[in-house]
Design a protein around this ligand. Structure first.
Ligand code: FAD
Length: 458
């Protein structure tokens, strides 16, 4: 028998339970055909950098699958049943998708397969614990992170999946054009330097982090000027590595770094769980009492934020890091998101969409709920009255101004923390650096007044 393995957010070969299930279904004499579908609905809206990251991950994945990875381009609802029938597959194997659009698409593919009497088999998911499984004593989900994280640890997870032995990989072919397109996208001129893609690179990066970064992680993770975080998010986003693999390694490490890192992975799992329970939260404030909050809709202000031209150095550094590399430090994501929502009064989905288009680690759940948390509208949100002061945040987390000077060349001549307040220096910024587009103290008051009003009318 032949089995089809449809890869989506699990672009690896190691620790992949769906591959084991496909190999078992295929049996000894038959084979497994692995396929990825470039779905224009997901691919086209992504920016060039994000597209390139996916393309490079696919090229690396082809190596992992000994050159026998099939590619298709189009609507999977048509393509998967077509390919499964063409190769005589009796089952299609996937890791379970729990994001709303992906889950709806899977339901349609499954319906088509049933018509062809082809089985649909879900094994594992992109999470250590599949969304929906962490529940309290009454069987309900969690609204708040800390109790979720305790229950998540108590629930536990499997050990990394063993690679099945002797899998015979099939390659039905007919995909030269799509590979050509992917190769072009991967090597487009003008792309920034990206991390090396693929599962081998992911595991190398992880080994380096365990050796050199984990011990100081708890102290350094909030400092954008230091190389203090793991940079595993771009690999986790596409499943080049599974969180179970990381958690398994962490279990044999001691110290606060390992505990803190596992907690950060728990945030990723929490947000996936919240999204599964509240699919509407991708575009709607979760907190009912803030659903009437007034926002502005100002394209010019949004553009200044997008291009890193707000006149607030830490905000501009973060937005420019995003444009230049497709990644931004977590602390700076919070500062820039707070600035858009609480200083410029724009609704968070506009910022989430900008991030989603550009981040190489774009993840629907972590992004939408990272935004909702910062905006004060989400589950387990930061208190709505907490408005980040971009200057104080900059001075606290980039205490020598190194991060700002790295990404904002107009401020490179300003020493130390002066880089966070160029208006205080007699030299000022180099020409071309904008004046502050809003007055933080004033906008903070506006935000608090709007929150108060929304709560009174809720
Ligand atoms: P590390 O500090 O090394 O953390 C290890 C892993 O833990 C990360 O790779 C990630 O999987 C997980 N993690 C850490 N912090 C968080 C968090 N706050 N929420 C969820 N998971 C976390 N993360 C994404 O992966 N994709 C996104 O699209 C995304 N958008 C965000 C948007 C906003 C507004 C905010 C505030 C945060 C967002 N995050 C997102 C979370 C976080 O910023 C990134 O996961 C982190 O910066 C990735 O870098 P790292 O791998 O070096 O992190």
């Amino acid at each position: 028998m032949t089995a089809l393995l449809w890869l989506r957010r699990d672009l690896r070969r190691a620790d992949l339970p769906a591959l084991g299930a496909a190999a078992r279904a295929a049996g000894e004499d038959a084979g497994v055909a692995a396929v990825f579908v470039v779905d224009p609905e997901f691919f086209e809206p992504a920016g060039e950098v994000r597209q390139a990251w996916l393309a490079r991950t696919l090229l690396a994945l082809r190596e992992s699958y000994e050159g026998r990875l099939s590619l298709r381009r189009g609507d999977p609802v048509e393509l998967i049943p077509e390919l499964a029938s063409a190769i005589g597959a009796t089952s299609v194997h996937v890791s379970r998708e729990t994001e709303p659009a992906g889950a709806a698409r899977d339901a349609r593919v499954r319906e088509q397969l049933e018509r062809h009497r082809i089985a649909w088999v879900e094994t594992g998911s992109p999470y250590a614990v599949t969304p929906g499984r962490v529940v309290n004593r009454q069987g309900a989900g969690f609204q708040v992170f800390t109790p979720f994280s305790w229950a998540w640890r108590d629930h536990g997870w499997r050990a990394p999946a063993e690679e099945p032995e002797g899998v015979r990989l099939l390659h039905p072919g007919g995909d030269e054009d799509v590979w050509r397109m992917v190769t072009e996208v991967a090597g487009r001129p003008g792309l920034p330097e990206l991390p090396e893609a693929g599962e081998e690179a992911a595991l190398r990066r992880w080994a380096q982090f365990l050796e050199h970064g984990l011990a100081d992680y708890a102290d350094h993770r909030d400092r954008p000027d230091l190389d203090g975080t793991s940079m595993m998010s771009p690999y986790l986003a596409l499943g080049a590595v599974h969180p179970r693999t990381l958690l398994f390694d962490l279990a044999s490490c001691s110290g606060p770094g390992a505990t803190t890192y596992a907690t950060e992975l728990a945030w990723r799992e929490f947000y996936a769980d919240v999204l599964w329970r509240h699919p509407e939260s991708l575009a709607r404030d979760l907190r009912p009492q803030l659903q009437g909050l007034a926002y502005d809709d100002d394209t010019e202000l949004r553009q200044a934020w997008q291009q890193g031209r707000t006149g607030y150095p830490i905000v501009d550094a973060g937005m420019r890091q995003l444009l230049a590399t497709g990644w931004m430090h977590n602390r700076v994501r919070m500062i820039t998101a707070s600035f858009l929502t609480k200083d410029l009064h724009q609704w968070w989905p506009a910022g989430a969409a900008w991030f989603e288009q550009r981040l190489i680690d774009a993840d629907l759940a972590s992004n939408a709920h990272g935004w909702q948390w910062t905006a004060g509208t989400g589950t387990d949100a930061a208190p709505y009255f907490r408005v980040f002061n971009p200057v104080l945040q900059g001075k606290k987390f980039d205490p020598d101004g190194d991060y700002v000077r790295r990404w904002v060349p107009e401020l490179r001549h300003l020493p130390g923390v002066l880089a966070h307040e160029p208006w205080k220096s007699p030299k000022g910024p180099d020409q071309g650096y904008p004046d502050r587009i809003v007055d933080h103290d004033r906008e903070r008051k506006v935000t608090l007044a709007r929150y108060q009003l929304a709560r009174e009318h809720a």
